[in-house]
Design a protein around this ligand. Structure first.
Ligand code: NAD
Ligand code: NAD
Lengths: 206, 206
């Protein structure tokens, strides 16, 4: 099994390669990638080795080839249709974040249950009543649902998303959701990022 | 060196232990923890083994002891003072998220450069002009800065935070920041979480 941290680093390498490719650079070494993203060259080589032989020893990696390979490994060769539920502060920040579209994640529907939110248009997508979710999501061939509603509503929304056929759920509500095993579920808690920082500070502040 | 994924899992174990402790449960096995957070019992034991012997073979772990130990490892035995810069959609979602305070991260100051935002009060904290950052942040003994401004302003804000003595920066702007080596920096890109999902779907959708 490939460690999750390796997948997350692959995603960071690919962003860096986008920048390098834009600058017209043809080949790159594991040392350059390592410096660009803040890891060790050995870590870059170890991560890539899980997926096969990409570079030529002594010459480095072809930027375009390596980038295309990584995008394929991450499942990003095509676009993904994403449905966002809950247009509160967090939902609004995610719906307006250009980084998603750049990586091929297109928000194709937004739902809420607050009449004040229904009818708002974000990037051409109109906020719809949550009661229409199970009808609209399959129509727009949506594979991923993002949950940004309060914890009290999160399981109800997860059930609706599963019924409408999504294959994966990104959950921001701080609650443990039950979804069937064939649906991929990922919980995001931003305070975990702060805790990695305080762990790293642990030695320094002592 | 302890893998970052281990630290992130420790943070998730600790949240689960908070819930278990609240229910009055005295001892717990690695199997129970594993089931509660969705990893394998071997992974729980491996993660904890980095930090010493906590449980008694055949009996399990004392919930309160294990929890206190994990909080100490994560550097959460005390509260941390956090400064938030940029009260946009994302900044607003972070400033109102109760999960931070529950883990001991207290937002003690908020800055923006938009006159419409200055003077807004969130949870008793008044949004101040960003020009006051280098004066206020040291006064409030702030150790951590969170950057939620557009990419174009992120480096300027990072420099201000470093000058005011913060020890760690959590950056949400999609740009590579330069900070001195003694300052811990962590970049968050939420699309990385979507890419872990699409990687996991890779095999299933093929
Ligand atoms: N994981 C993190 O780090 C993190 C950070 C910030 C917020 N959050 C969480 O994200 C969620 C959203 O936070 P927020 O600050 O945007 O909250 P918010 O209250 O501003 O927004 C919630 C939105 O969901 C809508 N809603 C409520 N019930 C609904 C339902 N049944 N169907 C459809 N829409 C519904 C509301 O109308 C509102 O627009 C919360 O659960 C919060 O705890 C998590
Ligand atoms: N990492 C992710 O996954 C993710 C997700 C969403 C947004 N973002 C990023 O987070 C940042 C904020 O996003 P948003 O949607 O809240 O944007 P926004 O435009 O709604 O908010 C930005 C805020 O920063 C303030 N600001 C601008 N320049 C400033 C300066 N020099 N000093 C102080 N304040 C300043 C603005 O007045 C505004 O209030 C952006 O960089 C965005 O790309 C990242």
């Amino acid at each position: 099994k490939i460690p999750e941290a390796t997948i997350m680093r692959l995603s960071v390498y690919s962003r860096y390669l986008t920048e390098i490719d834009r600058k017209g650079i043809i080949t790159i070494s594991s040392g350059d990638i390592a410096e660009g993203v803040g890891v060790s060259p050995a870590q870059v080589r170890k991560d890539l080795a899980y997926f096969g032989e990409f570079g030529i020893r002594g010459v480095g990696y072809n930027v375009k080839d390596l980038h295309r390979n990584i995008l394929k490994i991450l499942g990003l060769s095509n676009e993904w249709s994403v449905c966002l539920v809950g247009l509160g502060n967090l939902g609004l920040a995610l719906s307006t974040y250009r980084g998603f579209r750049e990586r091929g994640f297109i928000i194709t529907s937004i739902f809420d249950n607050d009449p004040e939110k229904i009818g708002i248009v974000i990037d051409g997508i109109e906020v719809l009543p949550v009661d229409l979710l199970e009808e609209i999501v399959p129509q727009r061939h949506t594979q991923i649902g993002a949950i940004t509603v309060p914890s009290s509503s999160a399981q109800i929304i997860a059930d609706k998303l599963v019924k409408s056929g999504v294959k994966a759920i990104l959950n921001f509500a701080p609650v443990v959701l039950n979804v069937p095993p064939e649906v991929e579920l990922r919980n995001v808690d931003l305070s975990v990022n702060l805790e990695v920082l305080t762990f790293n500070l642990g030695g320094k502040m002592a």
